[in-house]
Structure formats: C-alpha cells, structure tokens
Ligand binder design. Sequence first.
Ligand code: PCP
Length: 390
Amino acid sequence: MGDKVRIADFSEIKSGKTTDIYFVRTEEILRTLGVHKRVTVEITASSFPEGWPWAVATGIYDALSVLEGRPVDVEAVEEGTVIRPGDPVMQITGDYVEFGILETAILGYICQQSGVATKSARCRKAAGNKTIISFGARRMHPALAPVIDRNAYIGGCDGVSVVLSAELLGLKPMGTMPHALIIILGDVAQAIKRFDEIIDASVPRVALVDTFCDEKSESLTAAEAIGKRLAAVRLDTPGSRRGNMLKILEEVRWELDLRGYRDVKILVSGGIDEQTILELNPVADGYGVGTAISNARTIDFALDIVEMEGVPITKRGKKSGRKQILRCEQCFNTVVVPWSYSESDLACPCGGKRTELLRPMMESGKIIHAPKTPVQARDYVLRQLDYLSL
Ligand code: PCP
C-alpha cells in the first residue's frame, strides 16, 4: 500500500514548513548579514474575484495562531468584517526575520477562507431569509470540510450537512436524502415512508423528487405517502433535464397547493449560486449550495512591507505607512486613514460617528483579543449585509 497522501499538520504550518522556499533563503541571507529590520507589513487585496464589490474577511484567528509566540504585534479586523479592495485586514509589526517565513501560511488561511465566506455571504444576500444549507464538502479535500463549513456558516448559511462540521459549530447537521436511498428502496414513496418511520421525529421530512419521474408527480407521490408530515421536497434535477427551472418549480408549487399541501416547502440543489438563487427566489423556499461555496474563488490577499524602522516605505502599486480603517456606524461609509489619523476623521459627513476596524489583536506574540464565536461572527456578517448590495 503506497504512502497515504497526507496534509500538513498545525505544528508543521506553525514552524514555517509550509512556506515558499524563497522566504527561507531571505531569512538565511538577512540572518547571515545580521540584518534585523523592524517592519510593519499589511495584508490587502487590490481586487476581488468576479468583480465582487466587497468581501468578508475570515481566517484571521488561524493567522494569529501561527504567529503566537513570535515577537510581533498585530492589529486586525474582526472575523467576519466586510472589507473593500485595498482595505488592510491585518498589520504585523516586528523584526522581519522573526515572522517573514510565515507569509505563505498566513495568506493561505485568509485567502481561501475569506473566499468561501464571501461567496456564502453573496448567496445569503441573494436569498434574503430563505434557507441555505452548505452541501459542498464533497467537492473538496475532506480534511478541509470543517474549515469550509465554518466559513459557509459565518458567511450566512443556516446550516451545514457534514456531521463533524456541525459538531464543531455546535449545530445539528442538516440534510435530506440521497438518490441512492430511492434507487435502493424502489421509489420516493418507499424512501420517504421508511425515512418517516425510522429517522428521529425532530428531523424534517424532506423528499428528493427527481430520481425516476417528473418532479411534479414525485412530489405528489411523496406528499400522499406521508401527508402533512412532509416538510419539503428537494429538486436536484439533472442538468440535462433543467430546461426552465423556475417553470418546473411553479408547476410543482401549483400541483402541491391544488391538493392542499401549501405547507410543503420547495428546496433546490445542484449548480446553485447567487445568480440562480435570484432567478428561483419567486418560488423556491430554500437552497442546498455545494460547489459554488466550497470551491469559491480564493481572494488574492497579498502581504507587503509598508513601514521600516518607523519610516513609510513600500513597493510600487501600494500605499506606504501603517493604516487604520474607519467605518461609520450609521451609514457604513468606510475610509482608510494613516494609523496616526486626526480626531476629525472620526466624524462622518452623514453626521454619524466612525469607529476603528483594525483592533490590537496580539502584543509580543500574545493574543490579547478573544475571537468571536461562529454564531457571533455570522450575526456580525448578517448585520453588515443590510448595508450592502450584490
Ligand atoms: C449533489 C448533492 C449536493 C448537490 C448535488 C450539490 O447531488 O445532492 O447536494 O451540488 P453543487 O455542488 O452543484 O452545488 P447528487 O450527488 O446528484 O445527489 P445525491 O448525493 O443527493 O444523491
């Protein structure tokens, strides 16, 4: 049996083993020359994938956890903070040779997780208060399932389907039934009846209605099989049969309502993203989103020196100097100012008061700011979404 393909463990990441070699050589050169420059670096993204106007910054505490114990000071935005292109999400100050090697890991944590959280938030914004369940773990390396689902949840999903992910989030896993159950038991009526007889009564009875026949007839079969205990039907219609999905949903809705099953909800999964959500919202009550969130585009954050020995300095294409982000609590207007900004910058033209988004998070390698829980981070995202459009 060949070697099991293994993932890096946290001690390897924290020790700098998952770094790019040129950081190892840079440290070797500087240490050999005895060069110890106190620098401030900032982490920003100059643009977001697919032209997204905003993004949700996550992975902040994972980045802090690899820096823990190193002689650095860090200020960063809270987990779940909505940012714009160019907004610094983290600033690290210290002797470059003490932390430079961790750039790859720090960016890796923030880039991928923020991409997932942002795509989830975009789906949330599109769906309003309709149910969204994260179904995407099967599209990614299973070791990442809890990470993906945590960010899908923080971004706004109402639940996740993976057992371990839900456990770590303190949630009940959410799911319906796979096509396999219907194929093995013969049809949707058998599947939903047995599900109803065997599965704990607290689990909503959701029938998958696209396996063998038309979604309308399978929905009615499921409703007639268990009556009022049927909570919803899920349409995971294969691409080859997805002519006009909204029309299909309208027909299913009509036929269910005609026969008194007005309380039976309609869930849709398979190829769902914020665009399809907007198209199906007139009828759909909820969505199972997989690939779009779990395989979300990563956000290309970069880490750059902006100050050295207290003097602003940076590369072309960047703004030098340590910075602060000020956001109006009233109108959400956001500005980036120099770290030593003037009091007057706290007054927003709308009359509101601006507050600082970059908070001291680490002093001399010690984390000094408690992380938000996933529920708190999710609530924070939902509050900010009220100010935003897609
Ligand atoms: C998949 C499963 C997931 C869906 C699709 C995620 O369906 O039900 O919920 O789709 P996405 O990645 O395109 O968003 P199947 O594998 O066809 O169905 P099942 O395992 O439920 O039988």
